[in-house]
Design a protein around this ligand. Structure first.
Ligand SMILES: [Zn+2]
Ligand SMILES: [Zn+2]
Length: 319
């Protein structure tokens, strides 16, 4: 069934239908090898528009059909499926093992500073004539600002570098700068796999009925202070839709950065063990948002937000 060609049915969920986050979700999106050069740019621009057209003529003259199904692998260019670089499907399970695959804390060196900062203007706006960390003026020291801040603030390079060494945020607007590494136990595994079938209560995928499981396992261990904690195993389920695949990709990043889980005391049992930091849907029967299951209309956006609070965004898939 092609949802895109049906006029009686609501359009399939697509990235661009999330007006709240649409711009952020598709920024930096990249595609596989089958499209390149000006076509990639053209497609990116077309994705930014809402509503998305069913068909599209590319700058090279070729035609894309079923364009709304791009993220789901259903769009075709001159009859050949277009490849999107994330959201690959495989029937075999894949395992990420810690500490082998753990991402390292970012090193705040000159290379990092060059990546995240911009030089300030020759004449600073009134009110920005002093460094907002040490309150001194700049004299011969060129002021720097952070690329990510919407409203620019200016600091001495050394002041900003020292600040970022302790906190990976903007000193003024608190925006996240660089990778955040969490308190999840550094030993464990994440294993994910595609299955046939439908999660009860979840939105049906447009590429057929299939879903992902993502299983997390942590053996018992000791934290940095030597306090022993219990092990834990949990499995989360994601429907094989555009949203589900994006969440799976971001869960992989979150797991490697040790922010998928935390370490804390379970209130009911007073047991010290890995705790949820990013929420998982652990139920496959229709149990709703209150019981870790589907349906839950807001799960995607809520989870994207909590990932973002932990420094993981869709841009991390294209670094
Ligand atoms: Zn300063
Ligand atoms: Zn800022």
């Amino acid at each position: 069934m092609s949802v895109a060609s049906s006029s009686t049915q609501a359009p399939p969920p697509s990235l661009s239908s999330y007006s709240k986050h649409g711009q952020e979700l598709v920024k930096g999106m990249s595609f596989g090898q089958k499209i390149d050069g000006p076509n990639t740019e053209f497609l990116k621009a077309a994705i930014m528009d809402f509503p998305r057209p069913d068909n599209l003529v590319l700058p090279d003259g070729s035609k894309v059909t079923d364009f709304p199904l791009l993220e789901l692998g259903g769009a075709k260019r001159s009859g050949v499926p277009l490849v999107v670089s994330f959201a690959s499907i495989g029937s075999k399970h894949v395992t990420i093992v810690l500490p082998r695959d753990v991402e390292k804390q970012e090193c705040i060196d000159d290379d990092f500073m060059n990546r995240v900062t911009l030089p300030g203007p020759a004449t600073l706006p009134p009110g920005d004539a002093t460094c907002s960390i040490c309150m001194d003026d700049f004299e011969d020291d060129p002021p720097l600002c952070l690329k990510k801040c919407e409203t620019k603030h200016y600091w001495h390079k050394e002041c900003l570098k020292n600040w970022l060494n302790t906190k990976l945020t903007c000193p003024n607007c608190k925006i996240q700068i660089g990778k955040l590494i969490g308190r999840q136990p550094p030993n464990g595994s994440m294993r994910y796999q595609l299955h046939q079938g439908q999660i009860a209560g979840a939105k049906e995928g447009t590429t057929g009925k299939s879903y992902y499981s993502a299983s997390f396992q942590f053996p018992q261990g000791k934290d940095d202070d030597g306090t022993p904690y219990f092990g834990r195993s949990e499995t989360g389920y994601l429907q094989n839709t555009g949203e589900g695949r994006i969440l799976l990709e971001l869960f992989k990043v979150a797991f490697k950065r040790c922010i998928m889980f935390g370490l804390g005391i379970n209130m009911t049992h007073q047991v010290y063990k890995p705790t949820f930091n990013i929420h998982l849907k652990t139920n496959t029967y229709p149990s709703g948002a209150q019981c870790h299951g589907y349906p839950d209309e807001d799960y995607f956006l809520r989870t994207m937000e909590s990932l973002q609070e932990n420094g993981v965004t869709i841009e991390d898939l294209y670094r």
